[in-house]
Write a protein that binds this ligand. Structure first.
Ligand code: 4AD
Ligand code: MG
Length: 512
């Protein structure tokens, strides 16, 4: 992006447009007559080629400045010290480029070195392993690959707001500090505030357990904004929240973070899980369509590490309008167990002993699926097997899970076998990731909800405000949550969730 002057897109071809740009040097090529710098300011996937003819004023300026900065050996033949990572401002003229990789290049009239990159600079123009880059997450935004991930993440986030706005949703800012554990999994980070021993307004309240807490009872970082969102939906009908959520899970996997962003929506006056399926399918496909049209250069770049990315994404959008009917398969949990159980017994031909090839192209035999029975949780292997193998690389919805596997707030299915109670829940499973979206119809019947709260061993007083929503004008309603980093994995082809968020937090790491 030009600091001054027209953007390259505006420059009429054939003319030399004066511009002023700033950026970081990606590569340096020293030719006999010219010095070529590839400069990037991170605003797009591609940088710009800057040309400094060795007989130009700009080139002499560069040498003088380098000398003044103490780079002794930046001579006419070897411009050492001018390397990857140096920050520069360049004034020059945009000219049509004869090269095939770019439309324009910048012929420098003047250069200003802003900062040298010391010899310890760890980034070079070569492939760096993701683990290595994670350890230098403060420098990671300078890499081309991660720049693309961050721009796609930004575009996806903006598009989500846009899509939901068009669907008539109101954005609600739900709290980070809360006293409830929405998912009931006990994976909360407790927040400790100071204890004041003064009097009057500054006295810290004493909770029923006799302990003093800043808020009068133990408080946590939110695991989900859903319960507050339900309160908002019971007044505004269509609402969503989009923010950080926190889980103190002991999960060292490629799809779990301790702090992740979740987009949650809640809709009043819907009755069936199919409504939630339809809404999430629209959101998923519309968001991908937006990325395909807004980020072609980033996708092209990301494709180098994730062959077939663009085609895969276009396949998810499909040929129909993104807001049309859901095109993805929907199966019940019971059907999923049936398939997986037969597979684990080797009764079908999908996986057992199948030959596949890994990222390096080596052939291997996949281990058999772990056995499971009705009532068991699906592992990520099971989830990925369903969408990657059974449904040939498509996202799959699994609905109607056993009640015992899901949180207290989900609506009991009236049609379920009483010996096997199920709830109106759905998970959307996607290739490469597993569960991307979780949602449900909520229990809107007061008596059933009170039973569920008691059954889950929760304190009814703590949820009195939540049951009030059923006491005062209850309505059928439901909603869902999308793990935003898992979506970014789908959109960018990143295979580890730690590479889908700017500054990842996971067990053992909260630096920076
Ligand atoms: O399935 P979950 O736990 O559902 C809820 O929290 C509901 N209250 C959402 C709702 O209905 N409003 O989480 C929703 C999604 C998952 O499908 C997954 O994509 C993501 O959040 N997720 C995680 N992402 C990264 N790291 C973790 N530790 C995650 N845990 C869940
Ligand atoms: Mg879930």
């Amino acid at each position: 992006k030009a600091l001054a002057g027209p953007s390259p897109a505006e420059a009429p071809s054939g003319e030399q447009q004066p511009v002023h740009v700033g950026g970081w040097v990606q590569t340096v090529r020293r030719m006999k007559r010219d010095l070529f710098l590839e400069l990037s300011d991170g605003s797009t996937a591609k940088g710009i080629q800057v040309i400094l003819p060795r007989d130009s004023v700009a080139f002499s300026q560069l040498l003088d400045q380098a000398a003044a900065l103490g780079v002794a050996d930046m001579s006419d033949t070897s411009a050492d010290g001018l390397a990857t990572g140096v920050s520069l401002e360049v004034r020059g003229r945009l000219t049509p480029s004869p090269g095939k990789n770019q439309t324009f290049e910048l012929l420098a009239d003047g250069v200003n070195i802003l900062g040298l990159a010391r010899s310890t600079f760890p980034l070079q123009k070569k492939f760096h392993r993701p683990e290595f880059l994670r350890d230098i997450s403060h420098l990671r935004p300078k890499t081309r690959n991660f720049g693309s991930v961050l721009r796609v993440r930004d575009a996806s986030s903006k598009s989500m707001h846009h899509i939901l706005d068009n669907l008539g949703f109101v954005h609600i800012h739900t709290p980070i500090l809360t006293t409830n554990d929405c998912e009931g999994a006990g994976e909360t980070f407790e927040v400790k505030g100071p204890i004041f021993d003064g009097d009057g307004a500054s006295t810290t309240a004493t909770s029923p357990d006799g302990q003093q807490h800043y808020f009068g009872s133990p408080s946590y970082l939110t695991v989900s904004g859903q319960l507050q969102l339900e309160a908002a939906a019971c007044g505004l009908s269509r609402v969503y929240t989009f923010g950080p959520t926190f889980r103190a899970e002991n999960s060292h996997t490629s799809r779990h973070l301790s702090e992740f962003w979740m987009l949650e929506a809640e809709v009043a006056f819907i009755r069936s899980i199919q409504d939630i399926v339809g809404l999430t399918s629209t959101l998923f496909r519309s968001n991908i369509a937006a990325i395909l049209s807004r980020c072609p250069e980033d996708l092209e770049h990301l494709e180098k590490n994730s062959p077939g990315l663009g085609e895969r994404l276009a396949g998810f959008v499909g040929s129909g309008p993104p807001d049309g009917p859901n095109p993805f398969p929907v199966i019940t949990y019971t059907e999923a167990i049936d398939i997986l159980e037969r597979e684990a017994r080797g009764a079908t031909s999908f996986l057992v002993g199948h030959a596949g090839s890994d990222a390096e192209g080596a052939t291997h035999t996949a281990p058999a699926l772990p056995p499971l029975a009705w009532g068991d949780n699906l592992s990520s292997d099971h989830e990925r097997f369903l969408c990657e193998r059974v449904f040939a690389g498509q996202p799959v919805y699994v609905v109607d899970y056993p009640q015992a596997l899901k949180p207290f707030y989900m609506r009991q299915n009236d049609h379920a076998d009483p010996a096997r109670p199920t709830v109106a829940a759905m998970d959307m499973l996607v290739p490469g990731v597993g569960e991307l979206i979780g949602g449900s119809v909520r229990e809107e019947r007061l008596d059933r909800l009170e039973q569920a709260i008691a059954g889950a061993g929760l304190c009814p007083e703590a949820y009195a405000w939540y049951t009030d929503l059923r006491r005062y004008g209850t309505v059928p309603h439901g909603g869902f949550g999308i793990g935003f980093e898992r979506l970014i994995m789908v959109l960018t082809g990143m295979t580890n969730i730690r590479d889908a968020i700017p500054f990842p937090r996971y067990p053992g790491r909260c630096q920076l």
